[in-house]
Design a protein around this ligand. Structure first.
Ligand SMILES: NC(=O)c1ccc[n+]([C@@H]2O[C@H](COP(=O)([O-])OP(=O)(O)OC[C@H]3O[C@@H](n4cnc5c(N)ncnc54)[C@H](O)[C@@H]3O)[C@@H](O)[C@H]2O)c1
Length: 385
């Protein structure tokens, strides 16, 4: 069977992760990349063993051999690139957040629904074995009635004033930063696992560092400033956020988001409290899932294919004790997307085992409401129309 041919736009941090995952899926191959210049694209293509390198993303989109476009660029380029790819009839795998705000995200969802192409948003945390296992546990009613969902997503790579990245600039990253960048993952994940949608929010966003030193040369994501040539810029996007949620069926939630919590690298953590038991999971310890009990000893389950729920087994490729983590979740996401494409399925007609632009739009509406709540210091309803 001929592999599905992909082109990847943006080759910074996450672009190469897409490339590796498409290759590991066994169903796709990456035939082209596009970077911010031809020089950058050519250097990356040679490093990663890819034949075609474009300095202009429209040339990749117009390449008639490319069937799937991966958009791994900064958030301000999600609208134009996703739109152009769909207009050219290409399937699209977009990075999150889907767009800078819900107005842009709505335009993309409308275009996706008209286009007939497969559209996916990389909410990759859905695709871990123990996450899928927990979702099946919840669906089987084993937690009982869920009344609380709480946790945090903490990083430290923007702790110092000398830390700068395009995400800090609202023109490139959007009006919320930490919440859109990592809070979007947490909110998508807990709603996916529990099936409970967030219906109302109150949020308090805080810019801990009101100024930062911006390098005059580009510093990639998770990069450190090495050049002494820098300018001071004023920061308006948040480093830290606290939120309270109301979910469907009267469940309540609380979330802390931070990109300035020293020592925490990529700690997405949640706990779900039910009337029968609680469950907790930490992305930095992805091979264990904790269950808490009132009347008997708590349990820590270790990933082991044979004891996973049926729905989760496809995501565990190795026996227990053989670590599978972030890059494997991305691979599982790509397998789901590429299998769906290869089977000729279509969003809207066939249930998608991955987040689509509809989920991306929902996420953008929630981000807008979080921002409104923080600015107006009040509870805001989340109505997704
Ligand atoms: N799903 C996840 O877990 C995850 C993880 C990291 C990043 N992301 C998302 O991926 C996107 C990219 O983030 P990143 O961390 O890789 O950023 P990055 O800065 O490391 O990489 C972005 C790349 O896009 C390139 N680029 C900029 N303008 C371009 C243009 N006009 N044409 C082609 N390439 C261009 C830059 O040169 C850079 O190489 C963001 O939307 C981010 O939110 C998602």
């Amino acid at each position: 069977m001929r592999k599905i041919r992909a082109g990847v736009i943006g080759t910074g941090f996450v672009g190469p992760a897409h490339i590796e995952a498409v290759r590991r899926s066994g169903i796709g191959e990456v035939i082209a990349i596009a970077g911010s210049s031809e020089k950058v694209a050519k250097a990356k293509a040679s490093e990663l063993g890819i034949d075609r390198a474009y300095g202009n993303y429209m040339d990749l989109i117009k390449d008639s051999d490319v069937q799937v476009v991966h958009n791994c660029t900064p958030n301000n380029l999600h609208l134009p690139i996703n739109r152009a790819a769909m207009a050219a009839g290409k399937h699209i795998v977009s990075e999150k957040p889907l767009a800078l705000d819900s107005r842009e995200a709505r335009l993309l969802l409308n275009a996706a629904q008209r286009s007939g192409v497969v559209h996916a948003v990389m909410f990759n945390y859905r695709h871990y074995p123990l996450v899928a296992h927990l979702r099946a546990v919840v669906q089987a009613g084993e937690l009982g009635k869920i009344f609380a969902i709480h946790g945090s997503y903490l990083q430290d790579w923007l702790l110092y004033e000398s830390d700068y990245n395009w995400r800090v600039d609202p023109a490139l990253g959007g009006p919320t930063r930490a919440v859109a960048d990592i809070g979007s993952h947490w909110c998508d994940l807990v709603q996916f696992i529990t099936g409970l949608k967030i219906t109302e929010v109150t949020a308090d966003l805080q810019t801990v560092l009101p100024t930062r030193q911006k390098s005059v040369t580009t510093v990639g994501s998770f990069g450190r400033l090495t050049t002494p040539r820098q300018v001071e810029v004023r920061v308006t996007t948040e480093d830290y956020a606290s939120m309270l949620f109301r979910f469907q069926h009267d469940a309540r939630g609380a979330l802390t988001i931070s990109q300035v919590s020293a020592g925490r690298k990529n700690r997405l953590f949640f706990q779900i409290d039910g009337s029968a038991k609680s469950a907790a999971w930490d992305q930095e310890q992805p091979e264990t899932l904790w269950f808490g009990f009132r009347d008997r000893p708590n349990e820590t389950m270790v990933k082991e294919p044979a004891i996973l729920k049926r729905e989760a087994r496809q995501y565990a490729h190795y026996p227990g004790g053989h670590g599978e983590a972030w890059a494997d979740g991305v691979k599982n996401f790509m397998c789901d997307v590429y299998r769906y494409i290869s089977q000729g399925k279509k969003p809207g007609r066939d249930p998608a085992p991955f987040a689509t632009f509809e989920d991306g739009y929902r996420s953008s509406v929630l981000l807008d409401k979080i921002l409104t709540s923080s600015r107006q210091r009040r509870w805001v309803k989340v109505n997704v129309k």
